[in-house]
Design a protein around this ligand. Structure first.
Ligand code: ADP
Ligand code: MG
Length: 647
């Protein structure tokens, strides 16, 4: 099929690429160029890791130059002090750096955005200072000299070491690609999409942030150790602020969440400074760039992907740059200005990087989800499993005396709630009456100020959201919380995260266990999409789905947890009449599978048609409870609702 063809052509391109890299020093013997390409590959390894943190989890790190330096110094010191061989220094550098990655993750657990940028920057600076000061180990500002390593008793020359770097870069590329395509990669990406939803799908934000930083740092360590051998000299001030900004720029410029983008970014940050040193070269490149931008613009406009107005500034800008190149006599005075202009250009026009820009202009879609993964014996009909104990009348969830106080406001005031297994329990009340707060308390997003909650005989209070999710409570959100950049299928697969036992090694090697688990996850994911009628949209990014479909997708994702209790927070809000009909049918099917449901809803017809019991909240207090018809006729309820609309 099409996908098969795409895979073969990708494989072919990859083989050609690797062959070209391997043959490069045979064709071009100038050591300067060999070293340049080697540096690009080493930077690319750092950037593979940085992209995990920046591109996938959506965190900022300005500490990666520090980690890179740490890797270089681990290798350097081991060689200098203990004459350790290559096969010891490189793994040691990876391990030490990964350990420091965990340290760098700690601030990321507490702060984000500009604050995290500051903290990680400080981290990088501290590492640089430590390297400088600990001269008994690192020789301080003098730096350490070392030679190319020995491998199997043979001392590598420039070219042979280049080949080692090629092999390790390709290995790193393969490993990072496999990690990011696996359940681990989906967990990282889910953090960016919605941390709250990740936690409520059993994907602990805490744990996966640390993982992301640790794995990312490991790559920086590998790159750093190779860099030490490549340069044959390391000194503290190589790993400075400028380098860390360049790394970040490379990921953004090349295009986050793309390995090709990363390679491009690495090439740009290595070559750009050289380019800005050389007027003749700059002229060639700026003309080539202008031509390229024009081609992309023409194709884009022809295919109606962009408008002439949108393309005007990039085209004019790149032509102006080329003009400037011919007008300039020397580059020295202009270097920094041109660098600044390029940065501005990237921030304004290439927010998805070069790869994202080209993809958009050429109307290329991201590769479809791995629907081609090994088909296992799991039948799609089993997607929603029938809960044990279905229909029993005992209480599945008991809340008593729940108080949730925000400052002086009692959002929940001494609420008791008993949910019987196998029922649909409605929770209604005017806006601001505390319904969503109740859900947040039940799923561990808020810890109640007072009161007890037990679910299936175990207390919920004080446990983390992901722990509660794994014990069988799944939910949707009043404001849809999907992982927007991930496809519908991937969203559901995040819910299936707990079905994976595979570790980093399984993922990297694609062991039978991983293949089995990922195949099963695809099948179940598709089954769940079918259950809510979204199978045709499996490959579509969640943010592109119509609103009604997004709500259904959230339900499918929640069901992936195989919950005993499903909390639906206003699932019909903003839906059209036919969508509401579909929703009612789906909720009925969910109950038939034995899943207990708490339903918050304003559409009275939905509540009346579905619920076995209804509880009514008003100003944080439960004012009525019982069968739907009785509650609807209750004086206090009528008054609360009328009061609610009048206010
Ligand atoms: P409902 O879902 O019934 O419309 P909510 O549970 O969202 O109502 O809100 C109940 C009350 O609690 C509101 O007055 C709301 O402003 C308040 N509230 C909810 N969450 C918070 C919070 N994190 N901090 C302060 N006040 C909150
Ligand atoms: Mg609400």
């Amino acid at each position: 099929m099409n996908l098969e063809k795409m895979k073969t052509s990708h494989l072919l391109l990859a083989i050609i690429g690797v062959a070209a890299l391997l043959l490069f020093p045979v064709g071009i013997t100038n050591p300067y160029y060999i070293h340049l390409l080697e540096t690009i590959m080493i930077y690319a390894i750092v950037l593979f890791g940085l992209d995990i943190v920046v591109g996938y989890t959506g965190q900022v790190s300005l500490g990666h130059a520090g980690l890179f330096g740490l890797g270089a110094y681990t290798a350097g010191v081991l060689v200098f002090k203990l004459a350790m061989p290559f096969w010891v220094t490189v793994p040691a550098a990876i391990l030490v750096t990964a350990g420091f990655g965990a340290l760098l993750a700690l601030p990321a657990l507490r702060v984000s955005g500009p604050y995290l940028a500051m903290v990680t920057l400080a981290f990088g600076t501290i590492i640089q200072i430590l390297i400088n000061e600990m001269s008994f180990l690192t020789e301080g500002p003098m730096g350490i000299k070392l030679e190319k390593p020995e491998l199997f008793g043979h001392k590598l020359d420039e070219r042979e070491f280049y080949w080692v770097v090629v092999v390790l870069m390709v290995l790193a590329l393969g490993v990072v690609h496999r990690i990011l395509r696996s359940h681990l990669g989906r967990a990282f990406e889910a953090l960016r999409g919605s941390p709250v939803a990740s936690d409520c799908m059993g994907v602990s934000v805490y744990r996966y942030k640390v993982y992301a930083f640790v794995i990312s740092a490991g790559f920086a360590g590998l790159a750093g150790s190779l860099y030490a051998y490549s340069e044959q000299y390391i000194s503290p001030n190589s790993y400075n602020f400028e380098l860390t900004v360049l790394f970040l720029l490379a990921v953004i410029m090349g295009g986050r969440k793309s390995r090709i983008g990363t390679l491009l970014g690495a090439a740009i940050i290595v070559l750009l400074p050289k380019l800005l040193d050389d007027v003749a070269l700059f002229r060639y490149v700026s003309v080539a760039l202008a031509v390229l931008v024009m081609i992309v613009a023409v194709i884009g406009i022809q295919r109606k992907r962009t408008t002439p107005a949108q393309m005007a500034i990039p085209v004019v800008g790149s032509i102006a740059l080329a003009g400037l190149a011919f007008w300039l006599q020397t580059m020295t005075d202009w270097r920094l200005s041109i660098f600044g202009v390029i940065m501005l250009f990237v921030v304004y026009y290439l927010q998805d990087g070069i790869v994202g820009f080209v993809r958009k202009a050429l109307n290329m879609r991201r590769p479809a989800p791995q629907i081609d993964a090994a088909v296992t014996g799991v039948s799609r009909a089993d997607a929603v499993s029938v809960a044990a104990n279905a229909g029993g009348a005992e209480a599945l969830l008991e809340a008593s005396g729940v108080l949730m106080q925000f400052g002086g406001l009692k959002a929940l005031n001494n609420v008791d709630l008993t949910i019987k297994r196998g029922t649909i329990h409605g929770l209604i009340g005017p806006n601001g009456s505390g319904k969503s707060t109740m859900m947040n308390v039940l799923t561990g997003i808020y810890v109640p100020t007072a009161g007890a909650i037990s679910f299936a005989g175990k207390s919920v209070v004080g446990r983390t959201s992901s722990d509660i999710a794994l014990s069988g409570i799944a939910r949707t959100f009043q404001n849809v919380q999907l992982f927007g950049e991930m496809t519908a299928l991937q969203n559901v697969q995040v819910g299936l995260h707990l079905t994976f036992d595979s570790n980093l090694i399984d993922v990297s090697l694609h062991t039978p266990r991983y293949k089995r688990e990922s195949g099963a996850a695809v099948q179940r994911g598709l089954g769940l999409l079918e259950f809510v009628g979204l199978e045709a949209l499996a490959g579509e990014e969640a943010r592109n789905l119509p609103y009604g479909k997004q709500r259904l997708l959230e339900i499918a994702r929640a069901l992936a947890l195989d919950p005993q209790l499903l909390l639906l927070d206003e699932p019909a809000a903003g839906l059209t009449a036919p969508d509401i009909k579909e929703l009612i049918a789906i909720i009925k099917k969910i109950r038939e599978h034995g899943v207990t449901v708490i339903l918050i809803e304003h559409h009275m017809d939905v509540v009346m048609g579905l619920c076995d019991t209804v509880s009514v909240l008003d100003f944080g207090q439960k004012i009525a409870e019982g069968e739907p018809a009785a509650v609807q006729a209750d004086e206090k309820v009528i008054e609360a609702y009328l009061g609610g609309t009048a206010a």
